[in-house]
Ligand binder design. Sequence first.
Ligand code: ZN
Length: 258
Amino acid sequence: MRLIDSHVNLHAAQFAGDASAVLVRAREAGVQRMVTICDRMENALTVAEIAQREPDIHASIGAHPHYAKDHTWLTAHDLLAGLTPRTAGIGETGLDLHYRYSPLEDQLAVFRSHIQAARESGLPLIVHTREADAETAQVLTEEYAKGPFRILLHCYTSGGELAARALALGAVISFSGILTFKNAHDVRAVAAQTPLDRVILETDCPYLAPAPFRGRRCEPIMVREVYQAFAALRGLEEAEVAERVWSNFHRLFRSIPE
Ligand SMILES: [Zn+2]
């Protein structure tokens, strides 16, 4: 089976000591594509260098909503200026009202800059949304009306209504190891209903290790447990899930060769 981990944070300090061993393990388990995510513009170069070095890893560029307050200066032009041939997506960006590390108005402004960059580049917008269903749906809908862009809702934890509204805009939804968490009934309910041509999977490592690894550092090899959980939920063979995710991923991340 050829697996994909569509959202990894390989520049994180948790991987500083053994990143190459982590990648060897993942590849031996069949992980053939990864997208490593930029969380702050000051890390854009480091993230781009990982993608430059590793042929099966592409990069994103952007600023996480947690750090929006440090990126109020960020324009679409700045994001576009940072693109490299190995940049596959814009983000992660979005709205996080769970932690609220940045004021909502800063998160909104920075989110809109990313949307503009996604619209102009044609690269998918990698959206993080937590406890901000209505606000995220509103921004995506308003902005989409101004001109289309490609949407990925990553590490989905929101409700069915945001999912439906985003799917109507052509979005793809990515589910993480949260699918395996005992209490994640709502996430599984959305995953059970998402059209199979709109689903991809991820770990969001080093965070959110799936069961039975909860509490440990997550790494890309653990995406296997996410595939297993999704396959079980939908009553599918893992190999079929793997093929669908493979084609959905490449239809979304068009700049990544199959
Ligand atoms: Zn995120």
